[in-house]
Design a binder for this molecule. Structure first.
Ligand code: BEZ
Length: 218
């Protein structure tokens, strides 16, 4: 059955380009991003893996461990890593799971038979420190992912895990946020000392609480 938000991310141990990895040990007490690729030596995947390698520092800043997956064996991944370095100008600097027996692909429902019987689709799972699934995205093989968007969602997930806020359309780190409706104005006075703007009783906008900006008027 497909994994849903809030489900426990299934644990596994798998061969990767960095040796044998256990998912839970790899993530530790931080966050994880597990993402699948249709196949080695394919053009879109080559650009995606290069991009994730370039963004390593951004993931590290957010305490996120990344873990790729493709159904080909480790030797194939290692040969492909040379091509990634040559064409994308960056070394593969994170593990990619080799899943020829589809153990992990099946566990995470990454093969969608009506799209392809053999290739994994482009799945993304963001896993929280509690090992629950916080985000799932599925792209077709023909569309490369936007990893800036994945970082943006992680910023929102990490913020909303710690404060009683939600993030509005197209929000980026540092933009104003929304006070969740479950918080009364009385409670909000304590939680949001910078104040807020009430556009509707259910739509109250406040500066991002961990950025220290001041709200003009409330
Ligand atoms: C690619 O990664 O380029 C790709 C993989 C499978 C089908 C189409 C494109």
């Amino acid at each position: 059955m497909a994994l849903r938000l809030g489900d426990t991310a299934p644990d596994f141990t798998a061969d990767t380009t960095s040796g044998t990895i256990n998912l839970y040990e790899y993530i530790g007490n931080g966050w994880g991003v597990l993402f699948s690729h249709p196949k080695d030596f394919t053009p879109v995947c080559t650009t995606e893996l290069g991009e994730v390698a370039k963004l390593k520092g951004e993931f590290e800043k957010r305490d996120v461990k990344v873990l790729g997956l493709s159904v080909d064996p480790v030797d194939s991944h290692k040969g492909w890593a040379d091509d990634i370095e040559e064409t994308q100008g960056v070394k593969l600097n994170f593990p990619v799971i080799a899943d020829p027996d589809r153990k992990v692909s099946d566990l995470y429902d990454m093969i969608h038979p009506n799209a392809s019987d053999t290739f994994t689709v482009r799945s993304v799972f963001v896993i929280g420190p509690d090992k629950k699934i916080k985000l799932t995205i599925t792209y077709p093989a023909s569309t490369g992912r936007n990893f800036d968007e994945i970082l943006r969602v992680i910023d929102s997930l990490q913020l909303t895990a710690n404060y009683s806020v939600a993030t509005p359309v197209n929000w980026k780190d540092g933009d104003d946020v929304i006070i969740v409706p479950a918080i009364s104005d009385e409670q909000a006075k304590e939680k949001f000392p910078a104040g807020w703007k009430t556009l509707k009783p259910y739509l109250r906008v406040t500066p991002q609480p961990n950025k220290g900006k001041k709200q003009a008027g409330s």
